[in-house]
Write a protein that binds this ligand. Structure first.
Ligand code: SF4
Length: 685
């Protein structure tokens, strides 16, 4: 409060942490952020969580990098923008000449604005000439986008957070909103206290599981079995919404025949959930319309991540829980603008607005004034594979600590170490920059830039600069344009600011064409929001009201269960699940540079008391965690939230490198790493 009274100016903006998209007022004084306070807004209703409200001190941390730098031997030397940009442009042109455009990859960022992500993919396609462009959605919710797009036609959340109070039943799957999306978690808890039913599907007994009628503590990796069993129950017990299915859903008979093999009694043991509980969950969900599903990375970060989400969509189709308020399938996006990053076209196979390249090529070529690349782009995982194989030579990553974030860290290191050129654009020398960077561009923070973010429920909101960037730090859009011009592309990269970039986005993305800055100054809006003559489309908080995007009917998906290759055995008897906690954010780059570091000083390994007793381990001891891929040491915490035989840890502390443990296994369809199941053994350190 003392800091708040010190502020001389307040600037309305959007939180930079999770995908809930809370609105905040940023208090500043003498060019520094001195306080953040919550705004009254439909998303956060005057509240912020411990990250959004307090974790802003990183902005003025003493180790903030404020000048461009070039690698020199084992160290770095400061450079002017001219020198750093000229050097980088010459390096990229040389690599392109020698190895072809597809030897270069660009990674957009959830930290960056929509406008900056749009420019990043335009840079990859028009300046470099490659579709090798992706973003961190690849390691989190690309499976959700793929599943939703495949089955319903739009790869995004079906409903808005504002629906939470209208639902009669929540089905929470593989998510822990209390810690990872705290404002949504609080709204769900309030709705449950007022009478909504709650089913939690999670291997761990999360805080919200304590408020649930049913907690299905599914075995890690068995989601497809569980949701097929719920679907089988809904059909067998006559709980299908027959009118909805008759009007809008195809394939019921074939699906019913397929689902018979997944009766709860048949799969219960493999799921680790009582058949009676599976049946009870199916009855509660099907009998409580409207029922709303939220899911997190516990659904997507599996070898059957995409297919797992498809089995959830089956439940919504069978019970008519789509197309109305309080229902739907809603991925909880982990990062502020990860939805926007992919939606703007940082995705190898689609252009802005998730438009397939083949379909939208003509519009983009006409707007951009040049030919789009014709080769198939690599996703993030394929870029690393390409680097390890010597085919990819350069990577430009902004706002993304790849080395810390990727699973199977030894393999990431091997791949990154092969690259000739690693351009890191960030606030700090992150672990990727320290170990592998060759060029460092100092970026402006969220408090120092203008633009828009797109939150988890498709709402587009303004981000506004509250203070100037320090030293030579610059917004990403400025840096991208400077590099493009030095590589011979002044045309198409001469915008005078984010609004002009956004106007081009609106020109190529019909579903966003009504989202003008003029309107966004006054209100935030959900896409689709096409331009109307009266410029007053209300936006679309609920998708699929009368039809699915481009189709009147959807089809049930028959998804056979395929077990992950990552199985426990006598040498590696524990199943380790990794995830995120309340006080820190991803690689800890921002939250460990402030008071949140005191709230949780270290990642810890959660273990059930029975396992600790059996192994002679005590709370607080350091233990060695060994997987088939690596080894780390962590402090042990005896926790009632994990079951015997299962373990949980976060991976926020940059010096602990928890991702040395995680496996090389990936989603079968979109390659998202399997962070959620790693077989490990535990010994005292
Ligand atoms: Fe920020 Fe998410 Fe917390 Fe809201 S819930 S304040 S968006 S981290």
């Amino acid at each position: 409060d003392g800091a708040a009274t010190a502020a001389t100016q307040w600037t309305r903006s959007t939180c930079v942490y999770c995908g809930v998209g809370c609105q905040m007022d940023v208090g500043s004084r003498d060019g520094k952020v001195v306080a953040v306070r919550p705004a009254e807004h439909p998303v956060n209703h005057g509240h912020l969580c411990v990250k959004g409200r307090y974790a802003y001190e990183y902005n003025h941390a003493p180790d903030r990098v404020t000048t461009p730098m070039l690698r020199e031997g084992d160290g770095w030397r400061a450079a002017s923008w001219d020198e750093a940009l000229d050097h980088t442009a010459a390096t990229l042109l040389r690599i392109r000449d020698q190895h072809g455009a597809d030897a270069i990859g660009v990674l957009g960022s959830a930290r960056a604005t929509n406008e900056e992500n749009y420019l990043a993919q335009k840079f990859a396609r028009m300046v470099i000439g490659t579709n090798n462009v992706d973003c961190c959605a690849r390691v989190c919710h690309t499976p959700s986008a793929k599943a939703l797009k495949t089955m319903l036609g739009t790869g995004a959340a079906t409903n808005a957070f504002n629906d939470i109070e209208q639902t009669r039943c929540f089905l929470l799957c593989g998510c822990n909103p209390t810690e990872n999306h705290p404002i949504v978690g609080a709204r769900i808890k309030q709705a449950v206290l007022k009478g909504a039913a709650l089913i939690v599907v999670d291997p761990r007994r999360t805080e919200l599981a304590e408020y649930a009628q049913l907690h299905l503590a599914v075995r890690p990796g068995a989601n497809v079995l569980l949701f097929n069993a719920m679907a089988a129950t809904i059909i067998e017990e006559g709980l299908v919404d027959a009118d909805f299915v008759a009007q809008r859903v195809d394939g019921l008979d074939e699906f019913a025949a397929f689902a018979r093999a997944y009766a709860p009694e048949a799969v219960s043991a493999q799921c680790g959930v009582d058949a009676a509980d599976i049946r009870a969950a199916a009855r509660l969900y099907a009998g409580s319309a409207p029922a709303m599903c939220f899911h997190g990375l516990g659904m997507t970060e599996h070898t059957q991540g995409t297919e797992g989400v498809m089995t959830l969509i089956n439940l919504a189709l069978l019970t008519g829980n789509l197309g109305r308020a309080g229902s739907g399938i809603n991925p909880l996006r982990g990062q502020n603008n990860v939805q926007g990053s992919a939606q703007m076209g940082c995705e190898p196979a689609t252009l802005t607005g998730s438009q397939p390249i083949a379909q939208a090529r003509a519009v983009f070529e006409s707007t951009w004034g040049g030919a789009l690349p014709t080769t198939q782009g690599l996703d993030l995982m394929q870029m690393l594979d390409g680097a390890a194989a010597g085919q990819v030579k350069a990577l430009w990553a902004f706002g993304y600590d790849i080395y810390m974030s990727m699973a199977n860290q030894h393999a990431s290191a091997q791949a990154l170490g092969q690259l000739d050129c690693v351009i890191v654009q960030d606030l700090f020398l992150n672990e990727t920059a320290r170990a592998f960077g060759t060029v460092f561009f100092p970026a402006a923070s969220v408090f120092e830039r203008d633009g828009t973010f797109m939150n988890s429920d498709r709402r587009v909101q303004r981000v506004r600069a509250a203070v100037p960037p320090p030293g030579d730090a610059r917004p990403d859009w400025w840096i991208i344009q400077q590099l493009a011009r030095r590589m011979g592309h002044a045309q198409g990269f001469s915008f005078d600011g984010p609004q002009a970039i956004w106007d081009e986005v609106r020109a190529v993305w019909p579903a966003g064409s009504g989202l003008s800055y003029r309107r966004l100054e006054a209100e935030s809006l959900h896409w689709p929001c096409p331009q109307r003559d009266d410029n007053a489309h209300p936006g679309t908080p609920v998708l699929h009201g009368a039809s699915f995007a481009g189709a009147t009917r959807a089809r049930l998906a028959q998804i056979p269960f395929v077990a992950t290759p990552e199985q426990c055995d006598p040498d590696y008897p524990f199943a380790l699940v990794t995830g995120r906690g309340l006080y820190h954010f991803n690689a800890g780059t921002m939250t460990y540079r402030g008071a949140n570091a005191q709230l949780q000083a270290s990642d810890v390994l959660d273990m059930a008391a029975a396992d600790a007793t059996r192994l002679g381990l005590a709370d607080g001891m350091r233990v060695r965690v060994r997987s088939r891929y690596g080894e780390v040491e962590l402090p042990l915490r005896i926790s009632p939230r994990v079951k015997p035989g299962e373990l949980f840890t976060t991976f926020h502390r940059p010096d602990l490198h928890v991702n040395q443990l995680t496996s090389p296994h990936r989603d079968r369809l979109v390659h998202t790493p399997e962070y959620k199941v790693t077989a490990v053994r535990i010994t005292p350190a």
